[in-house]
Design a protein around this ligand. Structure first.
Ligand code: PHE
Length: 334
């Protein structure tokens, strides 16, 4: 009976101590077997009580060993030592696409439906592809339109200021008809603020074939803005770019009579979204395309600006700060 009490009190969390305890009571040479061997020497009058007590001891000791082993396993499992293979796995957190990527992919998808492919080029460019081929010879005042980052002291090597450079490369390497858009990062030496950054992202487009007209350009842009913004109005304002003639600035109207209004919380009105024009014949000739045979149009837009508009983001810097609280908000937009 004392042994029963002792067994009930016993506790440990060591594997070795449990095994020693088991051997002590339940092992071949353990106490219980001793007691069973003792049984025949017990006077008949006490046999019943002795037998019941020994059986009770055996039960208590067996239960104790099982309970201690189970407790130990649970503890290890919690620590992941054994690892229960039947347990459901840890959920893998899903990331979100960056708003720039979301908008870029939308733009690519829209133009792919009307036959435009995607072309890419280097961010570190030479003067020819970024400026000279585009009708901006050295000392041309229009170079001041784009404040350029040069690489070290070599004025020939720079960070591209627009992806028009990719269009030059594409024209040099492909024959018309050409229908291509060039998404990519561009750099300009501008003060960083809520509205502008020293790098941003563009999609520029180029269409060259026989008899391409300004009407084709306008129709293409109207199709594009309707697909991206919903039913929308655009207007073209005369402008100047060295590589297009005539040139225009494209505004989209944010207002109640168009579908763009639900996204527009602050005011309505015309918002500039891109530049465009008919490719200057000099540019075609510079790139090995006969300007007497072919004509074309080009356009270029900033993805960041459009992302700010579509998602009503107030500060362009949020797009490059990698704040997870900001980025996580785009999970549903995958
Ligand atoms: N390259 C111009 C820019 O970066 C945009 C543009 C492209 C304008 C094509 C007209 C035609 O501002």
């Amino acid at each position: 009976k004392e042994q029963i009490e002792e067994v009930e009190k016993f506790t440990t969390d060591s594997k070795e101590a449990i095994e020693a305890f088991r051997i002590k009571y339940l092992g071949k040479k353990g106490l219980l077997n001793d007691f069973f061997a003792e049984f025949r020497n017990v006077p008949n009058a006490q046999k019943k009580e002795f037998g019941q007590t020994v059986n009770a001891l055996k039960q208590v000791a067996t239960e104790k060993v099982n309970a201690l082993k189970e407790a130990l396993e649970n503890k290890h499992e919690e620590k992941g030592v054994y690892g229960d293979l039947t347990r459901p796995g840890e959920p893998i957190p899903l990331g979100a696409r960056h708003p720039i990527s979301i908008v870029k992919n939308q733009i690519i998808e829209i133009f792919s439906r009307i036959g435009f492919n995607v072309s890419e080029g280097p961010e570190i460019e030479d003067d020819w592809h970024n400026f000279t081929a585009l009708n901006l010879p050295e000392y041309h005042p229009a170079r001041d339109m784009q404040d350029t980052f040069f690489i070290q002291t070599d004025p020939d090597i720079l960070l591209r200021t627009h992806t028009s450079s990719v269009q030059v490369r594409y024209m040099e390497n492909n024959k018309p008809p050409i229908r291509t858009i060039s998404p990519g990062r561009v750099y300009r030496n501008e003060a960083i603020s809520a509205r502008s950054h020293c790098f941003f992202h563009q999609v520029e487009g180029l269409y060259i074939d026989k008899d391409v007209s300004f009407a084709d350009l306008k129709q293409t842009l109207q199709f594009f803005t309707t697909e991206l913004f919903g039913k929308s109005k655009i207007r073209l304002r005369p402008s100047y770019f060295p590589f297009t003639e005539p040139s225009a600035e494209v505004d989209v109207y944010w207002g109640l009579e168009t579908e763009t209004d639900y996204r527009m919380t602050k005011g309505t009105g015309w918002l500039e979204i891109m530049g465009c024009g008919m490719v200057d014949p000099n540019v075609l000739d510079n790139c090995g395309i006969d300007s007497k045979e072919y004509s074309g149009f080009a356009f270029g837009m900033g993805i960041d600006r459009i992302a700010l508009l579509l998602y009503q983001i107030s500060d362009i810097r949020l797009l490059s700060e990698n704040d997870i609280r900001f980025l996580e908000q785009f999970k549903s937009a995958l």
